[in-house]
Write a protein that binds this ligand. Sequence first.
Ligand code: NFS
Ligand code: SF4
Length: 672
Amino acid sequence: MTQWKPQSADPAAQQMIDMLPQVDVRTAWDRFHSQQPQCGFGKLGICCRNCFMGPCRIDPFGGGPQEGICGATADVIVARNLLKDVCAGTAAHSDHGREVIKALHLAAEGRSDAYKVRGRGKLHKLAEEYGIARDGRSDEEVAKELAELLLGEFSKQDNILANVARAPEQQQKNWKAAEATPRGVDREVTTGMHMTHVGVDNEPEHLILAAARVALADGWGGSMIATDVSDVLFGEPQPLRSRVNLGVLKKDEVNILVHGHEPTLSEVIVAAAQDPELLAEAKAKGAKGINLAGICCTANEILMRHGLPIAGNFLQQELAVLTGVVDVMLVDVQCVFPALTEYQKCFHTKVISTSPKAKFPNATHVEFHEERAMETARRIVRIAIDNFGNRNPGLIRLPEIQEKLVAGFTTEVIHRILGGRYRPSYRPLNDGIQAGRLRGVAGVVGCNNPRFPHDEAHLAMVKELIRNEVLVVQTGCSAIACGKAGLMSPEAAFKFAGKGIQEICEAVGIPPVLHVGSCVDNTRILTACAEMVKEGGIGDSFDKLPVAGAAPEWMSEKAISIGMYFVASGISVVIGQPLPVEGSPFVTDLLTKQFDKYFGAVWHFESDPIKAAHWMIDIIDRRRADLGLPPPMYPVPYAPKTAAEVPQVHATAAGEAMAAVGSCPGRERIED
Ligand code: NFS
Ligand code: SF4
């Protein structure tokens, strides 16, 4: 029997992984392993369950059936499945946007016990953009009208999304020609789901262009609105320092870990955790304080606005509970493992679910409603305080590893720090790119996936990009990965980046890798690109800018939607495992080649992070050449072309060996 051992590039995660055999619990890595070999039909996208004459599947080797019972071919099945994925991803992001708008509306009407309008500058800016009158009106009246207007963006039937006007003219033209201009968000998701029903749309190209339209309703609609409204409601992020990794959890304090996505919940928990009355209660129970930290994107939200520490990314959600010091794991929606509640059998951690949309068997459900947000938050903090004394000292194992990072870079912040408070401008960035001091900009985003050594692809890719003078902007779990590896500190430029980036980072005082927020905040990358186009000199549309995108360890439907709206917006994207489309050579060719004709950008599949980085660099260089820009100002020394050529990037378990910890009786670890 061989022991299958997961690997992480993060020394804290690796320490926890190394002691897994002692605690007899199953993790995502174990479950991934027991799923092998995974279904080839699913991977290739050629399994259809869209009606119940089926399920049907296409034989990829040609000897068996080449069409479903209804006559759908591999091309149709693959295209329909991808459109469904994009609909689900868009629905998730957009529903998040809708919740934030509802909270803004309550705040504007003075009907919330927790929220008020904090980002007044952003409110004024958006009011001007959308033509909302401000004269003689309070900010609250303006915010109420804004909330109502933006809610209307979801239910628009035939009119196009207002934010389409934010895109360069060429993108708008491309979308029109491809019939991909997004209408209301809900309309696009509903129509997309209708199109995939048995016997509706049977033209693969038409289905895929519809997927682009749905995704654009996410990128320029649901997600972009979520980001804007969060800035109005909770305040615009500013650059700030914080800490990241499991070591931010504290042995002597009540630890509350917020996990999920919607900032409406995490924001109010932040306030409740500072309440003097609750702090006194915690002290009375023997705790030194109340420590709040995050996992996944909700962590990015509270980091960006409050500087609260991050305990880890997607694949660390179980490892965090395994530290034995998490008193409450507070979850709302998206990327939360149902497996978490199983850990309650062994660890004292209480999993509290809060969303009316997301219940978990055996979790404590404390439903969260925006009207009584503070009351609910206080109740949850009390549950954590009461649970502090239930820790099992024999099960505590906390890696003392954390890293410093700087975060809080928005489109507006980049404007200001580059141009100065009195002359905010993207000019210095565009100048840097024009002169070749910077080669271009890359967005590296997305999830973890047990298919890859944890974090390894993110780190290898980002290091290779900045070494080659490509400035990196990040969101989501990828940002957390690089934060843990120290890439988000200004000093990182001197350790990892090329000379041109070093000069810029030194002059402006920024890290070579900029944290721009959660996954919905990928829209900040779109608005930053729009600013770069407006500033001029490096391309008058997105498909000419020397930029590219990547999601090296992606796993979610949301990631497909994000990738799709980037590509449809003219920014080519490389992902670490293929989309589930390879069962249709036609759809694969459409996405990876023919999309260039429609949108000026393509999808690319590459699991080697170094090769993927060089694919991005080649795109950037080609676009630079098309614009007549010079090659990079400083030569870049040696260029490895594959991950095999760079030194091992995953960690050998750092620090002293893990001491034996108490094990959880009656739980079997599955091995083969
Ligand atoms: Ni994005 Fe965030 Fe992480 Fe992936 Fe999940 S938390 S919304 S989907 S796993 S980056
Ligand atoms: Fe089979 Fe067609 Fe039904 Fe899909 S829609 S399950 S291919 S009959």
